[in-house]
Design a protein around this ligand. Structure first.
Ligand SMILES: *Cc1c(COP(=O)(O)O)cnc(C)c1O
Length: 378
């Protein structure tokens, strides 16, 4: 029997103090306003503008709908250059808008899109670049912007992992035409389900609003076809409460990451994330790469840890190019790094109140497995 928690999952959804949440939703029992841009929706929006220090934001029911709407609002079509090393949402948002995803390889350094390869993939059909700040690690935003300007392309960032990340003291979401945030329960910051679009061009505002609410611009006026993608008041209340806790949460996660790094640093065959100066990270995930010299494979380690009640995740495996639904359509011979990483990456448990004992237990298990395999090979 283990001394600590029975099972350790890769994340644990953040919840505010129960009474604090009840206090926040009390007003709903007075005004019976449950959804459709209520006062908590407005309050959450204002708090986010302030917290992220950005000019404009729109809230949505989830990150995926927000991403879909950003594609429609920018009028993208034809081809969009993106990464196969992401969650299904990124690619589905393109294909469900009849856009062909053109896959660009990633860098081994931080697993983000390799900006050096983007230009070679641009054709007369290309309308945008959809890049992912995977694990909250910033893409080369300045270089991507230069390419986009040169070829007159739009830039969308899937910033689902990047809430609170800053680059040179500025919110990472302030780059690109639009950045999408996810407030899903499993993300570093949650509103149960929820999402947002951060943007600067005020001309997009009306479209981003209409696409969220059936295209309704007045009691008797339907302007364009649109979704129902509004955030409800209970989600907004959860977001308001969790926003009060986010700085503390990120600080706690940093301590855990420091401990992981200290414990796993000298283990041959495990590549740890590289944290650069000039970035304020949010420590949303802790991905380790199991190199061939570790001797145990990623899948071996994943299964062995699971047997001990430790649930790691293969974020992201398989690659989007290998999904059953996309397999036939794409030539993916050039995606060497993406494939290498996807077959070797493992994200370890990480959340603010994960105990030091649990982290040490996880690291000791990994070290023990490594020692065992080393002894067997002698
Ligand atoms: C979670 C996630 C999304 C989708 O966000 P939801 O809020 O779950 O709809 C999109 N892209 C990436 C990379 C994600 O991790």
């Amino acid at each position: 029997m283990k001394e600590y928690e029975q099972n350790i999952f890769v994340t644990k959804s953040k919840l505010p103090d129960f009474k604090r949440y009840c206090n926040e939703i009390k007003s709903i029992w007075n005004n019976h306003w449950l959804t459709n841009h209520g006062e908590l929706h407005q309050k959450f929006q204002d708090l986010l503008l302030d917290y992220l220090d950005i000019p404009l934001i729109e809230l949505y029911v989830n990150g995926h709908m927000a991403l879909d709407i950003s594609i429609k609002a920018l009028g993208l079509e034809g081809e969009v250059i993106t990464t196969p090393f992401t969650f299904a949402s990124t690619i589905h948002a393109l294909t469900m808008n009849n856009i062909k995803p053109v896959f660009c390889d990633i860098k081994l350094k931080d697993y983000t899109i390799d900006e050096h390869l983007i230009e070679s993939l641009i054709t007369s059909q290309t309308s945008a670049i959809l890049a992912v700040h995977v694990y909250g690690f910033p893409c080369e935003v300045e270089k991507i912007e230069r390419i986009a300007r040169k070829y007159n392309l739009k830039v969308i960032y899937d910033a689902a992992h990047a809430f609170g990340v800053k680059l040179n003291r500025k919110s990472l979401t302030s780059y690109g035409d639009i950045s999408m945030l996810s407030f899903h329960a499993t993300k570093v910051f949650n509103s149960i389900e929820g999402g947002a679009l951060v943007y600067e061009d005020v001309n997009l505002k009306e479209k981003l609003y209409l696409l969220r609410n059936f295209g309704i611009s007045g009691p008797e006026n339907i302007e364009i076809p649109g979704y129902n993608a509004k955030m409800n008041e209970f989600s907004a209340a959860m977001g308001i409460c969790n926003l009060e806790l986010i700085d503390e949460e990120i600080k706690s996660r940093k301590k855990i990451v420091d401990l992981y790094v200290q414990e796993l640093n000298n283990l041959k065959g495990i590549k740890l994330p590289v944290y650069s100066d000039g970035v304020d990270y949010n420590y949303s995930y802790f991905p380790i790469l199991i190199e061939d010299s570790f001797l145990l494979t990623r899948d071996d380690l994943h299964i062995a840890l699971e047997k001990e009640g430790i649930y790691t995740r293969k974020y992201f495996f398989p690659l989007a190019t290998d999904y059953h639904c996309y397999k036939k359509t794409d030539d993916n011979t050039a995606l060497k790094n993406s494939r290498y990483v996807s077959e070797r990456i493992l994200t370890l448990p990480l959340y603010g109140d994960l105990s030091r004992e649990s982290v040490l237990e996880i690291c000791n298990l990994i070290k023990k497995m490594k020692r065992k395999i080393n002894d067997e090979r002698k």
